[in-house]
Design a protein around this ligand. Structure first.
Ligand SMILES: Cc1cc2nc3c(=O)[nH]c(=O)nc-3n(C[C@H](O)[C@H](O)[C@H](O)COP(=O)(O)OP(=O)(O)OC[C@H]3O[C@@H](n4cnc5c(N)ncnc54)[C@H](O)[C@@H]3O)c2cc1C
Length: 170
């Protein structure tokens, strides 16, 4: 389940306010050590109105392996629940952008070198602290599996961001 959160590019997060549901997809970075998800967003909008009223969320990340010759549809997905909070501390924003860039960028070092503290201060970052996870695992074709494992190896090669015990493939 942790590997799915490390490998995917976005999560879809459901919120609820006054018995009205809402959802957003968010590009994310998963911090395995803290078991939390970082994202960034505009400073205002409907999701933040919902988050302020009720910070409990339910989310999903999907590895989509597509349809097989036998017409089965193969996926591996993770559901999680937790609490969504905004981050104000600059050092945590710096950590959040590093986790995000290392997960989402093909050239993380170049992107990280461009990060400026003044810009980070003005950017809204959020964190979802995961409290519970469930997963369902499909059996994809070998070629697609290799693609996914390459992404995972890249994202866990960053010092301090991956778990040394978790180098095994899907
Ligand atoms: C793959 C993917 C990755 C994304 N990554 C991020 C991210 O990292 N950070 C981020 O802030 N946003 C991201 N988005 C967009 C995000 O899902 C929201 O649409 C966006 O953040 C606006 O959310 P809001 O609640 O502030 O809406 P508002 O801007 O307040 O808009 C409110 C109204 O517009 C409608 N609306 C808003 N967004 C959409 C939409 N995408 N499609 C249809 N109707 C919409 C709402 O239903 C609502 O009625 C991503 C979307 C996708 C598909």
């Amino acid at each position: 389940m942790r590997k799915v959160l490390r490998t995917t590019q976005y999560v879809t997060v459901a919120l609820c306010k006054d018995n009205e549901p809402y959802l957003v997809s968010l590009n994310h970075g998963y911090d395995e050590a803290k078991n939390c998800i970082y994202f960034h967003c505009a400073p205002e909008g409907k999701k933040l109105v919902y988050q302020k009223a009720n910070n409990r969320v339910w989310g999903q990340a999907v590895l989509d392996f597509g349809v097989t010759d036998e017409c089965d549809y193969i996926y591996t997905s993770v559901h999680f629940s937790g609490k969504m909070n905004l981050i104000s501390d600059l050092s945590e924003k710096q950590h959040a952008i590093e986790v995000l860039i290392r997960q989402l960028s093909l050239d993380p070092e170049k992107k990280l070198a461009q990060v400026k503290a003044e810009k980070l201060e003005k950017t809204t970052f959020g964190r979802i602290d995961i409290e519970h996870m469930t997963g369902k695992k499909g059996a994809p074709k070998k070629e697609r599996l290799e693609e996914i494992n390459n992404v995972f190896r890249r994202s866990t090669s960053a010092k301090g961001l991956g778990s040394s015990k978790e180098k095994d493939d899907y």
